[in-house]
Ligand binder design. Structure first.
Ligand code: AAO
Length: 476
């Protein structure tokens, strides 16, 4: 439950928010596999309520556990999981079982009907007996209110009920049979840890027909928002699985927005209040806080502030702490707006440009050179120790990962121009932020490391990117 089940030599998970299964299958083969990504998180796979102008959040209103959504049907999902596993990319499903749909959600994306006002979901089936009594979450200082009442009106399932547990366990085990490698547990904070423990305890091992080792358990990362100051703590959940470490998102945003100095990153990790590294799923932004839902507030960095976003993402991927997840967004102005569609309902496929980037309304941060090349950096450095920390006493820092890789950042409003210890062997390297190694050449800056391991590092304050990165696989 704590191991990611990544294939060895791969790292980095991407959340392909609202992508269709057929498009993801192709993306695994054409991009994620070849570029070294280890995993992907999908939007909820089970049938959800069809809501008015199709906001993205309708997918968090379950109608049944049939695998039928705007992303595709069960056959398409199963095919996607297999094709992704075949190229070494694991699938993690966003599972929503704290609740069912709220009032108003009467028809599902698979055609099932429900009557949330009487707590009737015949396609599961669930009846009013399977839910907690109606009350609203109003007080985060009261664990019983948070766990037994309704989150924004969503009908609150009682996970203490054996029928409810059976249905949830069947749903999760069905996904495991199809070859998924783990789960993001939506709204875990709103469920009792004891109930989750009982459910997780009944989960099947991963499907060995998909290349998983025998006895491997699903990787579980639970959505528990804990920025402090509330009654419920993430430590109630870290014994059961990993948690989504919202403090990482909050802190990294503040740092790269210049509200905190980069030199303080020297003790990045549990000293910042984060859960242990192997219990922390870390991210710069997620599908909620990039648009003001959930938690994190105004300091969260998104694709809308690209220079700082790429710096924060590069830091997250270069640093050994946690299991990083990259957000892959669709462009939005309105915070309720759903993904690009062809006709207001059917999701449109992303289009791809010659420089790997996307169009058609898709942002595809995972296809930004500065980000996918840092996934390759993370793969190249493996578990090498963080060494050779340097800072200028303010917002210029650098460090190496053993003798495998080196990064430097400049978030000051003046140039970085220093001779720094890279930890790397002598030679000329391609900076994978400004370019890519191509054959024996480099499309970006080159950095020359001397026999003493030092290199002259220059990052102008007005450059497009405030970071340079080199690693053993980018040696020319
Ligand atoms: C939609 C409509 C609602 C309508 C409802 C039912 O927007 O108006 O009432 O349908 O018809 C998503 C959307 C919701 C959407 C829902 C269902 O975000 O807008 O409602 O689908 O369609 C809490 C939960 C957390 C949750 C987050 C959004 O704890 O689990 O709210 N995230 C997940 C998903 C999310 C999804 C759901 C759950 C539901 O990722 O996409 O909702 O399946 C505090 C608490 C947090 C709490 C926030 C927000 O946070 O700590 O636990 O998150 O409040 O209520 C500072 C504090 C921080 C605080 C924050 C905000 O940052 O430090 O602790 O301020 O006050």
């Amino acid at each position: 439950q704590f191991a990611t089940n990544y294939q060895s030599g791969r790292n980095g998970m991407v959340h392909l928010f609202e992508w269709k299964w057929d498009d993801i299958a192709a993306e695994c083969e054409n991009f994620l596999g070849p570029y070294g990504y280890a995993g992907l998180q999908v939007s909820p796979v089970n049938e959800n309520a069809v809501i008015g102008n199709r906001p993205w959040w309708e997918r968090y209103q379950p109608i049944s556990y049939k695998l039928n959504t705007r992303s595709g049907n069960e056959e398409q999902f199963a095919n996607m999981v297999r094709r992704c596993n075949n190229v070494g990319v694991r699938t993690y499903v966003d599972v929503v079982f704290n609740h069912m749909a709220a009032n108003g959600g009467t028809t599902g994306t698979g055609g099932s009907n429900a009557d949330p006002s009487s707590k009737s979901f015949p396609a599961v089936p669930f009846s009013s007996l399977d839910f907690n009594p109606t009350c609203a979450i109003t007080n985060y200082a009261d664990p019983t209110n948070v766990r037994n009442c309704e989150l924004v009106g969503l009908r609150d399932l009682n996970q203490g009920n054996s029928w409810v547990r059976d249905k949830i366990v069947d749903f999760l085990n069905h996904l495991t049979d199809l070859g998924v490698a783990g789960f993001r547990v939506d709204a875990a904070k709103h469920m009792w840890p004891g109930d989750l423990e009982a459910i997780y305890g009944r989960l099947n091992n991963l499907n060995t027909n998909h290349g998983f080792s025998s006895g491997a358990k699903p990787y579980i990362f639970q959505e528990v928002i804990d920025l402090g100051g509330e009654a419920i703590s993430k430590s109630e959940y870290t014994g059961l699985g990993a948690i989504t470490e919202f403090r990482h998102s909050d802190s990294i945003g503040k740092v790269f927005r210049g509200k905190d100095q980069l030199r303080y990153l020297t003790n990045w990790g549990t000293s910042w209040g984060f859960a242990a590294s192997d219990r922390s799923l870390v991210f710069v932004d997620n599908h909620d806080n990039q648009r003001g839902h959930g938690a994190g507030g105004a300091d969260v960095l998104t694709y809308k502030v690209p220079k700082q976003y790429k710096m924060a993402s590069a830091f997250m991927l270069a640093h050994p702490f946690g299991t990083p997840r990259i957000m892959s967004s669709f462009a939005f102005d309105d915070t309720d707006q759903g993904p690009p569609t062809t006709d207001g309902h059917n999701i449109a496929s992303p289009q791809f440009n010659s420089d790997n980037s996307c169009s058609g309304g898709w942002v595809c941060e995972h296809r930004w050179r500065q980000i996918y090349n840092m996934v390759a950096f993370r793969n190249a450095v493996g578990d090498a120790q963080l060494q050779n920390w340097w800072d200028n006493g303010s917002n210029q820092i650098s460090f190496s990962r053993g003798s495998q890789g080196f990064v430097a950042f400049n978030n000051d409003n003046y140039d970085l121009n220093s001779s720094l210890q890279t930890g790397l062997s002598a030679g000329t390297y391609c900076d994978v932020i400004s370019g890519t190694k191509s054959g024996s050449g480099c499309t970006g800056k080159t950095i020359t490391v001397g026999s003493d391991g030092r290199a002259n590092i220059y990052i102008g304050s007005s450059e497009e990117d405030g970071v340079v990165a080199i690693h053993v696989n980018a040696k020319l």
